[in-house]
Design a protein around this ligand. Structure first.
Ligand SMILES: *Cc1c(COP(=O)(O)O)cnc(C)c1O
Length: 564
């Protein structure tokens, strides 16, 4: 039986029979306790095999970047809002359905030609680790549902904290398993990590004092009154991730008070403007509290790293919480060659990192770290049945309640890969991105917009007729040309995506006028270790080919696409 060639059909001998499935107590119990017999056991193992290899090979063979079927057509098959009374499918049917009907219309993010987003291939072992996490089903909200896994989580948190802050051996010995201190928390992503960091900063400032129980208890209005404040602001460059504007909303300070600071010609925060803004705010007649300055270590759109040491100096000078959003760039710290790009991160009060980006973990893992091991007490919550005062329950210091043991995945992945393994991935991404930039500069049809500092770059099609005119043109004419280029980039990107082989993303870079103003650009993220220069050249060749085949019709079809 085991030698049998594996097909989905062989998993499901009765797939074509018309048997009515029923939910009864006995079958139900089998799904919890153990497989009915040896035969089912073998079948279950085969499912796992299918998930590991079948799905993988299937995607590789049959699925490009995405299928050509429109969302509208697809959604016609998903309009049933009734939960069926009886079971409809066996696991075999479900697996087959997913492989045959869902997977082909999903996106093959693992393709080395998929270089448009921060989601990519993950190592095989991540699927095993993810399965183990599901099988153990530990809940890290409290010790009673996780025990040693909570302890293990504290250990991996200390490892990453040390990678960022490189504090003393004595410091880590003191805090690594200390129930009274917390070096960081796991959370479902960079967004909530940013929320957590700035929630802590807010509560740390509006802390309890005479006749005031703290902002967490009394709310924003009472807090502003108690501290004689009229508004709170957060400062970040205009390349800040949009999650920071959500933070403004969630924390109740209003997201119009998340103030974007201009970038300079390195595509990083203009520190003179940052300083000037801080001074203006301090002299303002509105009593303003600057809750935090956020430095970006790997901007989502350009991969650029803000001048963290200068920002740290400014924050120290004015006594402002310094948060570094390293959701993307954080793992660069594992590279001996490129770690220096993040210098200054060790001076941050808090740091956001994502596991599901450059730690190559499956979706759903973010982290936030703090320099001060006690600062998380500002958001501590206790309950009678969980997270009791003085317990090791990790839920005390987390925005989330129940959550999975993603720390087990990271901890194991670090053991499997070693820092050096991750460094190879990081170095590859940065070096291919640099080669990519050179290739763009060699090609007359393209213009490099933001050179890669890490492994992200943006560029634009820059057709000859525009190139010739460019230097002779005034600002108004340049605007018109930029509009035309935006349109061209947009169509080329769309058509390439629809062709289904390659995917580069598109974004609008908001830039000050002295840097050319807002531009629609193509954006590439190099993180797949299988993406090499041959592939990059193919992708650029395809873009050239699409450009030269453009007709007025292409633009019209774009218009209709946009209206959809
Ligand atoms: C991805 C990203 C985020 C948001 O993280 P999610 O995991 O998508 O919630 C925040 N900041 C930066 C710089 C990012 O790249």
């Amino acid at each position: 039986m085991l030698e049998e060639r594996l097909t989905i059909e062989s998993l499901n001998p009765i797939a074509n029979e018309e048997t009515e499935l029923i939910a009864d107590w006995e079958t139900l119990q089998h799904t919890f306790i153990s497989p009915e017999n040896e035969e089912t056991k073998i079948v279950l193992v085969k499912y796992m095999e299918q998930i590991l290899f079948g799905l993988h090979d299937f995607l590789k063979k049959h699925v490009g970047i995405s299928e050509e079927i429109s969302l509208k057509e697809l959604s016609n098959d998903f309009k049933n809002s009734v939960i069926s009374r009886n079971p409809q499918k066996k696991l075999a049917d479900v697996a087959r359905d997913i492989i045959e009907n869902i997977a082909p219309h999903a996106v093959n993010v693992a393709s080395p030609y998929f270089i448009g987003h921060m989601t990519s291939a993950i190592p095989f072992f991540m699927i095993h680790l993810n399965a183990i996490v599901a099988a153990l089903n530990q809940n890290l909200v409290k010790l009673e549902t996780s025990k040693v896994v909570s302890i293990l989580e504290k250990q991996v948190i200390a490892k990453i904290h040390r990678l960022i802050y490189n504090d003393s051996e004595a410091f880590y010995r003191k805090h690594i398993q200390n129930p009274d201190s917390t070096l960081g928390v796991f959370i479902s992503g960079g967004t909530l990590a940013n929320v957590t960091a700035l929630w802590v900063a807010r509560n740390a400032f509006f802390k309890p004092k005479a006749d005031f129980l703290g902002i967490e208890k009394e709310g924003i209005l009472a807090a502003y009154q108690a501290y004689d404040i009229e508004r709170c602001v957060i400062l970040v460059s205009q390349l800040g991730h949009y999650s920071l504007w959500k933070v403004g909303g969630v924390l109740g300070i209003g997201n119009k008070n998340v103030l974007p600071i201009d970038i300079d010609h390195h595509n990083t925060i203009d520190v003179d403007k940052l300083r000037a803004t801080i001074q203006t705010l301090q002299n303002s007649t509105h009593k303003t509290k600057i809750l935090a300055v956020v430095g970006i270590a790997g901007a989502t759109e350009t991969g650029t790293v803000d001048p963290l040491p200068v920002m740290a100096d400014i924050c120290a000078e004015y006594g402002i919480h310094f948060h570094v959003d390293a959701a993307w760039g954080g793992p660069t710290l594992l590279s001996d060659k490129y770690r220096y790009l993040l210098t200054g991160i060790e001076r941050a009060d808090s740091v956001t990192l994502d596991g599901h980006k450059q730690f190559y973990m499956p979706m759903g893992c973010g982290m936030v770290y703090f320099k001060d091991p006690y600062i998380l007490d500002n958001i501590a919550y206790h309950a009678a049945y969980v997270n009791r005062v003085g317990s090791v329950d990790l839920g005390i210091h987390s925005l989330e309640g129940s959550r999975p043991a993603h720390s087990l995945i990271l901890s194991s992945a670090l053991e499997i890969m070693g820092g050096r393994g991750y460094a190879l991935l990081i170095d590859h991404g940065i070096e291919i991105a640099r080669e990519f930039a050179k290739e763009i500069q060699r090609r007359p049809l393209f213009q490099l917009i933001t050179p890669p500092q890490l492994n992200i770059l943006t560029y634009s099609l820059f057709p000859e007729h525009i190139r010739k005119m460019w230097h002779k043109s005034d600002l108004q004419q340049k605007r018109t040309m930029i509009q035309e280029m935006d349109r061209i980039n947009c169509v080329v990107q769309r058509l390439q995506r629809e062709a289904g082989k390659s995917f580069v993303s598109r974004t609008t870079l908001r830039r000050p006028t002295n840097l050319g103003g807002d531009r629609g650009v193509l954006r590439s993220v190099i993180m797949n270790p299988m993406t090499n220069m041959d592939i990059i050249r193919e992708i650029l060749d395809e873009q050239e080919k699409i450009y030269y085949s453009l007709t007025e019709k292409s633009y019209e079809s774009l218009e209709s696409l946009v209206q959809n």
